[in-house]
Design a protein around this ligand. Structure first.
Ligand SMILES: Nc1ncnc2c1ncn2[C@@H]1O[C@H](COP(=O)(O)OP(=O)(O)OP(=O)(O)O)[C@@H](O)[C@H]1O
Ligand SMILES: Nc1ncnc2c1ncn2[C@@H]1O[C@H](COP(=O)(O)OP(=O)(O)OP(=O)(O)O)[C@@H](O)[C@H]1O
Ligand SMILES: [Mg+2]
Ligand SMILES: [Mg+2]
Lengths: 464, 464
């Protein structure tokens, strides 16, 4: 009487696309731009390439409101064998690793492509030259939704005369530029703040001027390294998977090889502490043994904290320079906190505060949110940073009385940003992260208070 | 240099479980209860069975904080062939239809089961007797995460002496009752308000008293019917899928059979209007023909509006009775709006307002949200209803000055509730829905104003 069936991952995200930010043409245009831009930037700064990005939106059918969105980069490119899957299979990608990247779901590009397919029927066009290759590969791809497989509409290869590398992705979607444009301009501007080592050119669809952000830093930050999981983030299923993919012959070698922050000596001491033979074979572990090992790993206090070379923060200098150039404030200060961790994932919180000058006065703090260098522009009220900035911090105690010209920038970078949804717009309330954001804001707010009090005293002296 | 791979749907939701509400033990305990309760209620009221539910939470390991959550119902049961998939395969279920149900993703039960697996290593236990069967089937199931397939740990059958039907599901998870209990009690209480035709017994884990909600209505509302899609909700991919699964030999028959609100005569007239031969074979449509048909279907004004026998609203009587019994207010009024639609999905907005009496005074309106009869308790500030209640409605104009004892109940029912996330906690900003919620609140707020003004006049007369 009930009709049972399964869905492919492509069917699921096609049917529930509003969950990924594709809820209407205006939001979809914004989301398409950002998914392609985030892929382009990852392809560059994960590989120590100074990014040069071209972003173009072209109105191709004014009656149906169809736009062609093109993003071009000088990144590492995509190996031709993987192009159909990277752009034609939902839940496929190269960012399922423990390393700070903008991408993490293996979904973003495909959502834009699916939305193009269902609104305009057009395939995505991908051109790519992988680093070191002398060929340019052209693909036209659609997603077979029922099977979650790529459909290659067309593919060509061309030999190049001069060496180059990078990727261009074009999707044609139904959009709404008039409703989306403020958010698109703001997203690109804030991306330029977060990536001052990138050249970004943006060509909008109406006859508005081309926007160019030239790089202001010629040195690329060291790319995040891939790390192994930290024992404090382990669970029963993760441990089972690590055991089945490990070739270690002893339990202590298994721990030292599979986890970060565990050396052979620590592994031996830990295992003896919880009553295991360090030289037993991992395959001999029973279900109860696995459970005991998981509890032990999560609770052991003497593992080193999570490594932070998997992270790439913005840095205080960059935050101050960015806020200064965009806002022209009277006061700017920033802090990059020491690394912390939640569930075995390292994270760093950075906060900047700008005050006065050309900042307009508002009834509430103006919050600029970033996560793994991505600007977050929607769902502000659902974000943990907003909860802290509006409800937890007592601004009066720092000399700020609303209405006030106050901007707060908050950046979280992590090997796993705890987004509330696959549309990547707001951050969930993880206790360790909440605590760090609060302390970071207080740290910078104290500097603001010093400045405000000093200014008031000078004001009073001047009156006498 | 980048390592490409795909994830199964089970791997994806295991890795990103906070997106489904499984972010920490307290939230996971709440989400586990609600996913099982929502399945139990669907199994009853979709099939005209007056629900009798048992909900039990048992502390099975105080040191590790493990709880066994059991939900038992007298619903339609699950055919034994499908039990392993229904409980062991992510994106598998019976609610992928155009009909109002609480479930819609084919994910909820599996998320609770995955969370149990990864925190306690224990399988889910399912007992079920399908309606009309003389057997009780027992299963112990786990999810093979890498393959997204069920693992049947154990299965047994027993012949029953007397006829019965229903399902019992038990998962053992790491939880946090002290942090979750307020929300769990509130969820069950509000569920009882929304389903006054259900008997609900709740046995909490500490030695607190057993909570019993006895049914106050002995008549079950007519269950929602399954309907075909409405032409205004069509897209290119949907039309292609409908064509490939249709056996109709003419285009007009294809439209009349595949869509609601299109009869053969309307189909013929519509097709001639947009320049198609009504008698051509659907298989002969070109890609351009499909696109033209999609535009035509979306824009044609003369199709009947979406059918509403796919919906089952609460009703004004029920809302008033529920608010009265729970809040003991001075004033209560409610409205069930006429059906509306977004993207071809019919929806109904219902609003209730309660004021004064035993309602405590607060600085803001107190909002009770429901969607397809499910109470929504998290992410209030991200919900479209909150946006309207706190920012759009001018309460002063209705005689309400804060702090005030004001409760607003908002219910949306639809063949597709536009949730913001798979955790089903807040509703996205769909323009048609926003407009309806606003008008529904205004309609009931006008009755509140009449009451408040009348009371003030009486007060003034009494003073003289
Ligand atoms: N411009 C590009 N240059 C190089 N590789 C790319 C580019 N765009 C996409 N890719 C590859 O395609 C994969 C899939 O991209 P997609 O956006 O769908 O997922 P993702 O970026 O891994 O995760 P997310 O869903 O969080 O964005 C990426 O992981 C990357 O390997
Ligand atoms: N108590 C129950 N009685 C009868 N059938 C059930 C019960 N619990 C689950 N099922 C069946 O198992 C399927 C899967 O349940 P699951 O909760 O995973 O998904 P869903 O309810 O369809 O959607 P959602 O993810 O939105 O909850 C259901 O569609 C239903 O057919
Ligand atoms: Mg991406
Ligand atoms: Mg369900």
């Amino acid at each position: 009487r009930e009709a049972f069936r399964s869905l492919s991952a492509a069917e699921f995200f096609y049917r529930n696309r509003e969950i990924a930010g594709f809820s209407n043409p205006s939001r979809a245009l914004y989301q398409t731009v950002r998914e392609l831009v985030e892929n382009a930037l990852d392809a560059c700064d994960s590989h120590e390439i100074l990014p040069s990005l071209y972003i173009g939106i072209k109105l191709v059918d004014p009656i149906k409101s169809f736009y062609k969105v093109t993003v071009s980069d000088n990144g590492i490119g995509v190996p031709p064998y993987y192009v159909p899957y990277a752009f034609g299979q939902v839940l496929f990608g190269s960012k399922y690793k423990l390393r700070q990247t903008r991408g993490m779901f293996g979904l973003g590009a495909k959502m834009a492509i699916l939305y193009g397919q269902l609104t305009t029927g057009k395939p995505v066009e991908v051109e790519t030259t992988p680093l070191g290759s002398r060929y340019k590969y052209y693909f036209k791809i659609m997603v077979d939704i029922k099977r979650n497989e790529p459909i290659i509409i067309e593919q060509r290869v061309r030999k190049l005369k001069k060496k180059t590398h990078g990727t261009t992705v074009s999707v044609t979607i139904e959009g709404d530029w008039s409703r989306a444009k403020n958010k698109v301009y703001e997203y690109i501007k804030r991306t330029a703040i977060a990536t001052p080592y990138a050249n970004i050119t943006f060509v909008p669809p109406d006859n508005s001027e081309v926007i160019v952000y030239k790089r202001v830093i010629d040195k690329i930050p060291p790319p995040p390294k891939e790390v192994k999981p930290h024992p404090h983030g382990v669970d029963i299923e993760m441990l089972k998977m690590l055991i089945s993919s490990s070739e270690a012959s002893t339990l202590k070698e298994f721990l030292a090889e599979s986890f970060q922050s565990i050396g052979l000596i620590t592994a031996e001491r830990f295992l003896r502490d919880i009553g295991f033979d360090p030289n037993m074979s991992p395959e001999k572990l029973t279900t109860e043994g696995i459970k005991a090992l998981v509890s032990g790993l999560k609770e052991y206090k003497d593992f080193k904290p999570p490594r932070t070379d998997a992270l790439s923060p913005l840095g205080e200098e960059l935050i101050v320079a960015g806020l200064r150039s965009v806002l022209e404030p009277e006061f700017v200060a920033a802090t990059t906190r020491r690394p912390s961790a939640y569930s075995g994932h390292p994270f760093i919180i950075e906060v900047g505060i700008a005050y006065g000058g050309k900042i307009p006065s508002k009834d509430e703090p103006q919050l600029y949110r970033f996560a793994n260098k991505i600007p977050l522009l929607y769902d502000e009220k659902a974000d943990v940073s907003w909860k802290i900035v509006s409800n937890v911090i007592d601004w009066k105690a720092y000399g700020v009385e609303f209405p006030a010209p106050l901007v707060v920038l908050a950046h979280i970078c992590s090997t796993k940003v705890p987004y509330k949804g696959v549309g990547k717009e707001s951050i969930a309330e993880v206790p360790e992260i909440e605590k760090e954001i609060k302390n970071a804001i207080r740290e910078v707010a104290r500097k603001l208070r010093t400045y405000i009090l000093k200014k008031r005293r000078e004001e009073e002296l001047r009156k006498k």
